[in-house]
Design a protein around this ligand. Structure first.
Ligand SMILES: Nc1nc2c(ncn2[C@@H]2O[C@H](COP(=O)(O)OP(=O)(O)OP(=O)(O)O)[C@@H](O)[C@H]2O)c(=O)[nH]1
Ligand SMILES: [Zn+2]
Length: 192
């Protein structure tokens, strides 16, 4: 069984030291009780946001010949934008039209996490999840829709509070066949 993992391994000590200097450079006073351990927490926090958990790629033979859509809606997405390293959070709707094999359902969320836990842009994340499923599951079609709030755009900068960004990638039958495409988008709740 294939195990999917690309954990680089963070140097938490070096990250803590860098976080301390970073905060000091920003004028944050660290000698108060609540802030004393903040550089270490920052190091652990960012390491967590940037490290995906390994997982097993489990598929099963599609013995019954199931040929309708399999769709997992509202899978949580927690990532960081590569421009500001600020979180973007939202949901993914991930579906596929099975071919010879079906995928363990939890793996739809696992693969989303796999590509989310690294500096990202939402467009690339959407496409990477879709391409990965196309490559590893060999389905007749794949659809991925992500709706997310980018805190770099809502908390700072332009401060477009409440704005959410929607991206989608459709492959195979879900891209080529208008009825399948429409069914997928209807089931995700994203109408366009
Ligand atoms: N296409 C895309 N852009 C993103 C994503 N996440 C953040 N960005 C954008 O990356 C851009 C970086 O722009 P810059 O002008 O270099 O940075 P900035 O001066 O901080 O820009 P402002 O956010 O407009 O204040 C911003 O427009 C962000 O909104 C993403 O997932 N996809
Ligand atoms: Zn950003």
């Amino acid at each position: 069984m294939q195990v999917v993992s690309d954990t680089a391994g963070a140097d938490l000590g070096a990250a803590e030291q860098a976080a301390r200097e970073f905060l000091l450079a920003l004028g944050v006073v660290l000698d108060e009780d609540g802030l004393e351990e903040t550089p270490a927490r920052m190091a652990r926090g960012y390491a967590e946001l940037l490290t995906a958990r390994p997982f097993r790629l489990t598929t099963f033979p599609n013995d019954e010949g199931y040929d309708e859509l399999v769709l997992a809606r509202d899978i949580p997405i927690r990532s960081v934008c590569e421009h500001h390293l600020l979180p973007f959070v939202g949901v993914a709707h991930i579906g596929y039209l099975p071919g010879e094999r079906i995928l363990g359902l939890s793996k739809l969320a696992r693969v989303a996490e796999h590509f989310a836990r690294r500096p990202q842009v939402q467009e690339r994340l959407t496409k990477q999840v879709a391409d990965w499923l196309g490559h590893h599951v060999r389905p007749h079609g794949v659809g991925v829709v992500i709706e997310a709030e980018h805190t770099c755009m809502t908390l700072r900068g332009v401060q477009a509070t409440g704005s959410r960004t929607i991206t989608s990638t459709l492959l195979g039958t879900l891209r080529q066949d208008p009825a399948s495409r429409q069914e997928f988008l209807d089931l995700t709740g994203v109408h366009r």
